[in-house]
Write a protein that binds this ligand. Structure first.
Ligand code: NDP
Length: 439
């Protein structure tokens, strides 16, 4: 960091939340990208945009007490971080995962503010969730938890103020339970997105993040005279984003040779079939189950070893900090020339720098996985219109959005003298969109 104003802002953020490592990393990445903007436009300092963007507008923390199957009362902590609503209502997913804490959610809400701005849709940034771990919980326990969680959260959200969606551990089923509870208190169906189709959901939302990731990546590859066709791809995770990234990458002509989960990873040189992944992963079972459906597949424990597989393209789609510097070095050594993030913050800052130094095409999450939230906005439109969009309408608009995002971030990077730095381009274009509204 060289710019004196940017340094001052980062120092303030560090002093305010010294122990929030993930949040500080997310802030640092964005602030470093914005140095050329402040070097060229020092008059922006007087508006204190950065001070305001870095401080969440509101954070709600609450107790969630629920009954397990034995009748015992369990207690978890719930959160909603409402980061910035200059562009539109706060918008961002709910995450149920044992790793959830305030620092992670603040980092994700901060990222979400820029990501949502990149979509070109009127949405601000937010994020929420709980340290509730759905692994090993019965369907009835998950349902009771969702109801207890929403009983606490409902006063703070609404279709015009804050619109949560799913994230890790929160899929269509959980959103359905959360909506059932919400509707007991307020009749406002547009308050949640990622809803099941029979509860106001959008056709194509389930596929949107994985498909959008591949549309973005294909555009970035095409722009460099490359494509998915005939390429070997590895995708971490085997949940919502990974599964539909597998489907679309395969449709675009790639062979997806490796996927993973929290238990381990599978390799199949003939190509992984997304339909078999869905079957294998029913009830959050281990990906090892895939072996039941395929003779050409091998399974191994330790999911991070997936990244040691020789591939052309890598799509990290599981969780944060999956790819560190050592992993990045292995990927580059093995010939991987394109990494696009389906998950949020899956690559550490030093690993990103290493990819960029080694001319790997790197698509940052806030651009590459923005298709999910973009389609959430389409779901909000559908609910407000009282209409039903077709799958093809959603998919066509998703593709247009992802192609636009790629070119907007590419142009922003070029304007500030850092062509090919799509991390910088995404942060700058997102920032420009947010401050245009804050003004
Ligand atoms: P899911 O819960 O559907 O799937 C997550 C997958 O990742 C599961 O297969 C899980 O394994 C696996 N996983 C989790 N941790 C690890 C790990 N340490 N190593 C290997 N695999 C792991 O979540 P989503 O697919 O919805 O979300 C994935 C990521 O994408 C998250 O970072 C999320 O924030 C981001 N994202 C999601 C969007 C969406 O629309 N869903 C939108 C934008 C971003 P297991 O099954 O064993 O738990």
């Amino acid at each position: 960091m060289k710019n004196a104003y940017i340094k001052k802002v980062f120092k303030q953020v560090k002093e305010t939340c010294p122990n929030e490592t993930q949040f500080l990393n997310a802030v640092r990445e964005v602030l470093e990208s914005l140095e050329p903007v402040y070097d060229a436009n020092p008059e922006l300092e007087k508006y204190a945009y950065l001070e305001r963007i870095c401080e969440p507008q509101r954070v709600v923390e609450f107790q969630v007490a629920w009954k397990d199957d034995e009748g015992n009362i369990q207690v978890n902590r719930g959160y909603r971080v409402q980061q910035n609503n200059a562009v539109g209502p706060f918008k961002g997913g709910l995450r149920f995962n044992k790793t959830v804490n305030l620092s992670i959610l603040k980092s994700l809400a901060f990222e979400q503010t820029f990501k949502n701005a990149l979509t070109g849709c009127p949405m601000g940034g937010g994020k929420g969730g709980s340290n509730f771990d759905p692994h090993g919980k019965s369907p009835a326990e998950i349902e009771r938890f969702c109801h207890a969680f929403m009983k606490q959260l409902y006063p703070y959200i609404g279709s015009k103020t804050d619109v949560p969606a799913g994230d890790l551990g929160v899929g269509g089923t959980e959103i359905g339970y959360l909506l059932d509870e919400y509707l007991k208190h307020r009749k406002d169906i547009g308050t949640l997105t990622g809803k099941p189709l029979d509860k106001g959901g959008l056709k194509g939302r389930t596929e949107a993040t994985g498909f959008g990731l591949c549309y973005f990546t294909e555009e970035m590859l095409n722009d460099h005279k490359k494509s998915f066709k005939g390429k070997k791809v590895i995708i971490s995770g085997s949940g919502n984003v990974s599964t539909y990234a597998c489907k679309k990458a395969t449709e675009l002509g790639a062979t997806v040779i490796g996927m993973s989960d929290t238990h381990g990873y599978i390799i199949d040189k003939k190509g992984i079939d997304y339909k078999k992944i869905i079957k294998a992963k029913e009830n959050r079972a281990s990906i090892e189950n895939y072996l039941k459906y395929s003779d050409s597949t091998v399974y191994a424990e330790n999911p991070t070893d997936l990244f040691k597989t020789k591939c052309d393209i890598c799509l990290p789609c599981a969780t944060q900090n999956e790819i560190n510097l050592d992993t990045a070095k292995i990927l580059v050594k093995n010939g991987c020339y394109c990494v696009a993030e389906g998950a949020n913050l899956p690559t550490t800052l030093d690993a990103i720098a290493y990819f960029q130094e080694n001319k790997v095409l790197f698509g940052p999450a806030k651009a590459a996985n923005a298709g999910g939230v973009g389609c959430s906005y389409f779901e909000m439109c559908q609910n407000a219109e009282g209409s039903k969009w077709t799958f093809n309408k959603t998919d066509k608009k998703l593709k247009e959005m992802m192609v636009n995002i790629y070119h907007n971030i590419k142009d922003a990077a070029i304007r500030y003298g850092h062509p090919e730095n799509f991390v910088m381009g995404a942060n700058i274009h997102g920032f420009e969109t947010v401050i245009a509204k804050m003004k």
